[in-house]
Design a binder for this molecule. Structure first.
Ligand code: HEM
Ligand code: HEM
Length: 182
């Protein structure tokens, strides 16, 4: 498979980023669902214990993906003209926006907060006396709400992929998941 995109399908780099980010987002959201459903338990501690590190990794991957999408924009599968293409474009842009804003706000809160900071076990900063509230407040207000909004949007996105495959029976899913013809 070619590394770069073509007008008929996504290449290896776009697919690795798309499916890698999808898997890590599923991990993040499932961890929080386990926390709500199971409550305090070893599995929750393990799962939620990875939330900051995986969320930080996600932000790096999403920035790489946005740069890659800009680079490939002229040669990847184009949106249809008309309302359905516009709907898909707005949906994808909303996914990008949320997936950038959700971890960014949380990282701001981490930096502005008083707790010590460690990412993937690497200690980055000791605890400090008091939080800087204007840096932590946006995430207190929005991190959870926007993350659940992202979850709903992802469910809609998956439903559209399934409809394309089984209702309209076109090659939309194959562009991101199927075997490459070239
Ligand atoms: C795209 C990446 C991320 C997703 C999808 C995500 C998702 C979520 C969700 C669904 C919740 C539960 C909210 C609730 O209890 O209703 C949550 C909570 C939390 N997340 Fe994230 N998160 C991400 C990145 C991060 C990052 C990078 C950090 C830290 C730097 C972080 C720190 C927290 C904290 C401290 C909470 C508990 C407090 C709160 O609800 O705001 N998250 N996250
Ligand atoms: C089971 C899960 C998923 C399925 C079946 C799926 C399916 C697809 C398909 C078929 C396309 C190509 C659409 C087209 O060419 O018009 C696509 C593109 C896209 N998907 Fe997903 N997707 C999934 C998860 C996700 C998640 C979790 C995100 C969240 C960020 C996401 C964000 C995007 C974006 C932004 C695009 C546009 C292409 C790009 O810029 O990478 N997808 N997806």
């Amino acid at each position: 498979m070619k590394l770069r995109d073509t007008p008929t399908r996504y290449g290896l780099i776009s697919r690795l980023l798309h499916w890698g980010i999808a898997a890590l987002l599923a991990w993040q959201l499932a961890g929080m669902i386990v926390k709500i459903v199971v409550g305090r338990a070893p599995i929750t501690a393990f799962w939620v214990g990875s939330h900051v590190s995986i969320g930080s990794l996600l932000l790096v991957l999403i920035l790489m993906r946005a740069i890659w999408a800009l680079r490939e924009r002229k040669q990847r599968p184009p949106y249809e003209s008309g309302p359905s293409g516009l709907f898909a474009k707005v949906g994808h842009l909303a996914l990008y926006a949320l997936v950038l804003v959700v971890p960014s706000l949380a990282l701001m809160r981490l930096i502005g907060g008083e707790r010590p900071i460690s990412v993937f076990g690497i200690h980055l900063r000791a605890a400090r006396e008091r939080p800087v509230e204007w840096i932590t407040a946006p995430a207190d207000l929005l991190h959870g709400a926007l993350a659940w909004t992202l979850f709903v949007l992802i469910l809609g996105h998956i439903a559209m992929a399934v409809l394309h495959r089984y209702w309209w029976q076109d090659d939309t899913l194959a562009r991101m998941a199927g075997k490459s013809k070239d």
